[in-house]
Design a binder for this molecule. Structure first.
Ligand code: IMP
Ligand code: MG
Length: 175
């Protein structure tokens, strides 16, 4: 039997689209005369990044990083590893990290430290969702889509044990 939990829409595709549009406007304004390098954090932020970059009328470049995930657990293990680092030289670039969710902040903080060591001209963070109630590491989110409650969310790139990334809305799990 396929695991089939009840899903409840938390953020509809329309609301997501509006937020992506708003964020693109903020980013365009701030990077007007720049050639930013967007860093998409795999796998979760690929859907968000794909929608966001198509609204960004900027001479941007894109790279991908992959960090160790929770595996099948819903809780951060607290240790992060880089599975795939950036391929683009970062030194002197205006780097914008694109995240799906900032939860405890452990993963994002680790990634920002890793990128900062490569001496970018600037380093900012865009996150689709933020779960501030569980924060363990302080993080500044420069561009934020939504604050979400302390519940596990899936859809629009976000997974539970690799499932539900393909769903169009963001949902909470009813268990
Ligand atoms: P953090 O290190 O605790 O901030 O966790 C960040 C990573 O955990 C995210 O990039 C997601 O991959 C995953 N994550 C945290 N909360 C959720 C959630 O509610 N749904 C899906 N993935 C989550
Ligand atoms: Mg995940």
């Amino acid at each position: 039997m396929v695991f089939q939990p009840q899903l409840k829409i938390l953020i509809s595709r329309d609301k997501i689209a509006k937020a992506v549009h708003r964020l693109a406007g903020e980013i365009k304004r701030d990077y007007q005369d720049k050639q930013p390098l967007l860093v998409c954090v795999l796998k979760g932020s690929f859907v968000f990044t794909a929608d966001l970059i198509r609204q960004l009328d900027l001479p941007l470049e894109l790279d991908f990083v992959r960090l160790s995930s929770y595996g099948a657990a819903r809780e951060s293990s607290g240790t992060v590893r880089i599975i795939q680092g950036v391929k683009t030289p970062i030194k002197g670039r205006d780097v914008l990290v694109v995240e799906d969710i900032v939860d405890t902040g452990t993963t994002t903080s680790f990634l920002l430290d890793y990128l900062r060591k490569k001496k970018p001209a600037s380093l900012k963070l865009c996150a689709l969702t933020n779960k501030p109630t569980r924060r363990r590491v302080s993080i500044t989110i420069d561009y934020l889509g939504f604050t979400v409650p302390d519940e596990f969310v899936v859809g629009y790139g976000l997974d539970l044990d690799q499932r539900f990334r393909n769903l169009p809305h963001i949902y909470t799990l009813e268990d």
